[in-house]
Design a protein around this ligand. Structure first.
Ligand code: ZN
Length: 184
């Protein structure tokens, strides 16, 4: 189990992007994908390779949006289209709930389906990219890490203490090598 990157608790779309890492994929099989969705409050059946492909295509599209945002460029039109298509596949409506006070929640017309889960992830991606959290989206700066996180503290540059320690260790190693190689 990998430690969640900062912001994953606030954005399931960010967590979705981070399911793909250089040597691991939390969505490797339909069963693993269904487990991941359940862990993120998006209970849905992932019935086979085609369903899984739709979910991983959405993941790639959301990654492109986050990358474009962090790099200050316009994303691929296809990525925007993939996210928008997934967002409107489920006829969800904003509803008012009252639990210790007023709350707005999106309620799906087809709860428990993959369409509903993908629409929820897409809505979150749209809200993150276009909203107040957008400017905080950053790629981890550690070499070989491809995760994204929300930079909630100005000095944070890594997605985890593991990545931070790795960068510091590499820097220390470089320093030691440079000192050793210096002519006396
Ligand atoms: Zn990292």
């Amino acid at each position: 189990m990998v430690t969640a990157a900062p912001g994953e608790d606030r954005s399931p779309a960010l967590a979705l992007v981070n399911t793909r890492r250089p040597a691991a994929d939390d969505l490797a099989t339909p069963g693993a994908a269904a487990d991941w969705l359940r862990e993120h409050g998006l209970e849905a059946a992932v019935s086979g390779p085609d369903s899984l492909r739709r979910l991983t295509d959405l993941r790639a599209a959301v990654r492109e949006l986050l990358a474009a945002l962090a790099e200050g460029r316009t994303p691929d039109a296809a990525a925007i289209q993939t996210v928008n298509t997934a967002a409107r596949t489920d006829a969800a409506a904003l509803q008012l709930a009252w639990r210790d006070g007023p709350l707005s929640e999106w309620q799906s017309a087809r709860p428990g389906t993959l369409e509903a889960a993908m629409a929820a992830l897409s809505r979150d991606a749209i809200e993150v990219v276009s909203g107040a959290l957008g400017p905080l989206v950053r790629p981890c700066e550690a070499h070989g890490c491809i995760r994204y996180y929300l930079r909630e503290h100005a000095r944070r540059r890594w997605c985890s203490t593991t990545c931070g320690d790795r960068v510091r260790a590499a820097r220390h190693h470089r320093l030691v090598v440079e000192q050793r190689d210096e002519p006396r």
